[in-house]
Design a protein around this ligand. Structure first.
Ligand SMILES: *[C@@H]1O[C@H](CO)[C@@H](O)[C@H](O)[C@H]1NC(C)=O
Ligand SMILES: *[C@@H]1O[C@H](CO)[C@@H](O)[C@H](O)[C@H]1NC(C)=O
Ligand SMILES: *[C@@H]1O[C@H](CO)[C@@H](O)[C@H](O)[C@H]1NC(C)=O
Ligand SMILES: *[C@@H]1O[C@H](CO)[C@@H](O)[C@H](O)[C@H]1NC(C)=O
Ligand SMILES: *[C@@H]1O[C@H](CO)[C@@H](O)[C@H](O)[C@H]1NC(C)=O
Ligand SMILES: *[C@@H]1O[C@H](CO)[C@@H](O)[C@H](O)[C@H]1NC(C)=O
Ligand SMILES: *[C@@H]1O[C@H](CO)[C@@H](O)[C@H](O)[C@H]1NC(C)=O
Ligand SMILES: *[C@@H]1O[C@H](CO)[C@@H](O)[C@H](O)[C@H]1NC(C)=O
Ligand SMILES: *[C@@H]1O[C@H](CO)[C@@H](O)[C@H](O)[C@H]1NC(C)=O
Ligand SMILES: *[C@@H]1O[C@H](CO)[C@@H](O)[C@H](O)[C@H]1NC(C)=O
Ligand SMILES: *[C@@H]1O[C@H](CO)[C@@H](O)[C@H](O)[C@H]1NC(C)=O
Length: 493
């Protein structure tokens, strides 16, 4: 009896350990991935979007028209509210709030202790919360220079607080799986924190791309194009980066493309839904995609391709379209790159899936939207480019690693491919202009220095000045990315 029971426990233990991977991220169609969070004492359970496109943990602290789920500051016995006003602006939406700190714990992150960290308590927002969204805030995972800010203050990041408490650098990994099934548009995934001192156990080869600047997760995107699934990817890659291509070649199209892609910046942003491209490149890729669809007799209106409108069918679709290939600069050598192959299951996004066959009177409807959008001069790899892959953000070492995944669409990674010359030179990834943040800090430093010379009497005035030097983030270009699609999308049903 005892042995049997022991066996049983042992079995349970094994099953717990190996069989059922725990997913901790969920999202409704069109919304990004949300993670459960406990804030304050007594603990209040809320959900926050996992966002690599911003830095601040920001939580609603007021009832909104469509939701009365929010953080009740008056109920927390551990909150410290500084009362200082802070704000953030996203590519769509803004909020204003107060800088506070409280105890924060993520129940699904078993190895991460609860920490006291800065929180922006949102008191007012514009086009930020979606109608009926299943989340009440945002967990920003980027670097401090793009944190929410206010007069002489910047909101510290949760990640930095965790590293401080653990006294070691931490990385994190996002494994986004996309929709549950063809008939359920809810998507799921896993967020995991990794200790940098532990060696990676995975046998899969990881492809790494350098983080070019530690603000957002800025990377070098070399090209975005169609790639035919059936053909070997190297062949497709040759189209853009032939080994023998030299600068003498008359066709500098691909060089122009990669300069355009990185002109402002290219970022990896889990808080954005789509892959956002500069206008001209968007047109090029979508034109190709549309003709590929036409040649395989998939008829879809231009509104779908070019204007972000939904297309619906009475039954779920299986797409026979080529993949989108994204070439990223490799950390290994300046002339190497690797390719993410994003299948149509990613970029033909399911937005509603209703099976009403059983009931009378209503029809089944499966609606899709294109996971690509045009906008400005920057490139954003939203979660459409991450589903079906595992993405490891090594913050301290400054690279992002891409691995295959056992869930979601069959996205692939191929490489490394060699190029005949330095890609960061070719694509002008190393910009001669100094970093905005650096120049602002330099200016403030000069200001401080002048004051010192001016009068010793004014010494006490320097305190705020010096403080500002340390904490003030760039007041300009406070554009944290979170696309309109991710936030304000409310599907027509
Ligand atoms: C917050 O406190 C009020 C009383 O001050 C209580 O009525 C309410 O249930 C509490 N809410 C939560 C979420 O604990
Ligand atoms: C929000 O949703 C409610 C019902 O779910 C609806 O009545 C209202 O019109 C929606 N508001 C907007 C701005 O879409
Ligand atoms: C879709 O999946 C989610 C998560 O498993 C589940 O909660 C939900 O009920 C499902 N929806 C439908 C319509 O089956
Ligand atoms: C992050 O990079 C450093 C240096 O390359 C490495 O030692 C560490 O193991 C990496 N962390 C993870 C989680 O892979
Ligand atoms: C590979 O591409 C070539 C054109 O470059 C095409 O003729 C051939 O059919 C493709 N192979 C497969 C298996 O589709
Ligand atoms: C590219 O494809 C062609 C046929 O489509 C094939 O003959 C050639 O060997 C391929 N090259 C590489 C490098 O795979
Ligand atoms: C590159 O150039 C060499 C010599 O100029 C030639 O032998 C080789 O076939 C070329 N390779 C490709 C992929 O065009
Ligand atoms: C890829 O497929 C498209 C149509 O599906 C075709 O026009 C194009 O030539 C193919 N490219 C390669 C390299 O096979
Ligand atoms: C929809 O539901 C009906 C019965 O409820 C079922 O027979 C059918 O297979 C379902 N369709 C899909 C695509 O799941
Ligand atoms: C894109 O760049 C061009 C040229 O530098 C500039 O005129 C334009 O305003 C930029 N567009 C946006 C949306 O930043
Ligand atoms: C790429 O270059 C490296 C050395 O820089 C070399 O070891 C490797 O074999 C090359 N790969 C290919 C596919 O040519």
């Amino acid at each position: 009896m005892f042995t049997i029971r022991l066996c049983y426990f042992f079995l349970l233990f094994i099953l717990n350990k190996s069989c059922c991977e725990e997913y901790n991220l969920y999202g409704e169609a069109g919304q990004a991935y949300a993670l459960g969070i406990n804030v304050g004492r007594p603990e209040q359970k809320l959900s926050v979007l996992v966002d690599t496109g911003s830095t601040t943990l920001a939580i609603a602290s007021y009832a909104r028209k469509d939701s009365n789920k929010y953080f009740r500051t008056e109920n927390s016995t551990t909150i410290y509210n500084s009362g200082k006003e802070v704000r953030a602006k996203y590519s769509q939406g803004t909020w204003v709030g107060q800088l506070a700190s409280d105890i924060v714990r993520f129940p699904s992150l078993k190895l991460i202790p609860e920490v006291r960290c800065d929180i922006a308590l949102i008191t007012k927002s514009h086009k930020f919360f979606m109608n009926g969204s299943g989340w009440q805030g945002l967990l920003g995972l980027a670097y401090l220079p793009v944190g929410a800010w206010g007069e002489n203050v910047v909101v510290g990041s949760w990640l930095d607080s965790v590293e401080k408490v653990l006294n070691k650098p931490m990385s994190f990994k996002l494994k986004l799986c996309g929709v549950e099934s063809l008939t359920n548009a809810t998507h799921y995934g896993k967020f995991e924190m990794l200790d940098d001192s532990m060696a990676s156990t995975s046998s899969d080869t990881m492809f790494r791309t350098p983080i070019l600047r530690k603000r957002w997760y800025e990377v070098g995107v070399l090209s975005i194009r169609m790639s035919n699934h059936t053909n070997k990817s190297l062949n497709a890659s040759l189209k853009s980066f032939d080994n023998n291509l030299t600068m003498d070649d008359t066709d500098n199209h691909y060089r122009d493309t990669c300069i355009k892609l990185n002109k402002e910046k290219s970022i990896v942003d889990s808080g954005t839904t789509n892959i956002r491209l500069p206008d001209s490149i968007f047109r090029e890729v979508v034109n190709e995609l549309r003709s590929a669809a036409q040649s395989s007799n998939i008829l879809i209106l231009d509104e779908f391709w070019y204007h972000g409108e939904a297309a619906c069918w009475p039954e779920p679709q299986e797409w026979s379209l080529p993949s989108i290939a994204i070439d990223l600069l490799s950390t290994d050598a300046d002339n190497q790159y690797f390719t993410l192959e994003i299948p149509p299951q990613n970029f033909m996004r399911v937005i509603t899936a209703h099976n009403n066959s059983g009931e009378s009177g209503s029809v089944s409807e499966y609606c899709y939207k294109l996971g690509l959008e045009a906008g400005g001069n920057e490139t954003v790899l939203g979660y459409t480019a991450m589903e079906g892959l595992q993405v490891l953000f090594n913050r301290s070492a400054g690279w992002i690693g891409w691995l295959p995944s056992d869930c979601g669409p069959k996205a692939r990674i191929t490489g490394p491919h060699n190029f005949s010359m330095s890609l960061s030179l070719l694509c002008q990834l190393i910009k001669p202009v100094p970093d905005v943040a650096v120049s602002i800090k330099a200016a403030q430093w000069t200001l401080c220095a002048i004051s010192i010379i001016a009068a010793a009497v004014l010494v006490y005035l320097l305190a705020p000045c010096i403080k500002m030097f340390f904490v003030r983030p760039l007041p300009r270009s406070q554009q944290i990315s979170l696309s309109q699609a991710a936030l304000v999308e409310q599907e027509a049903t």
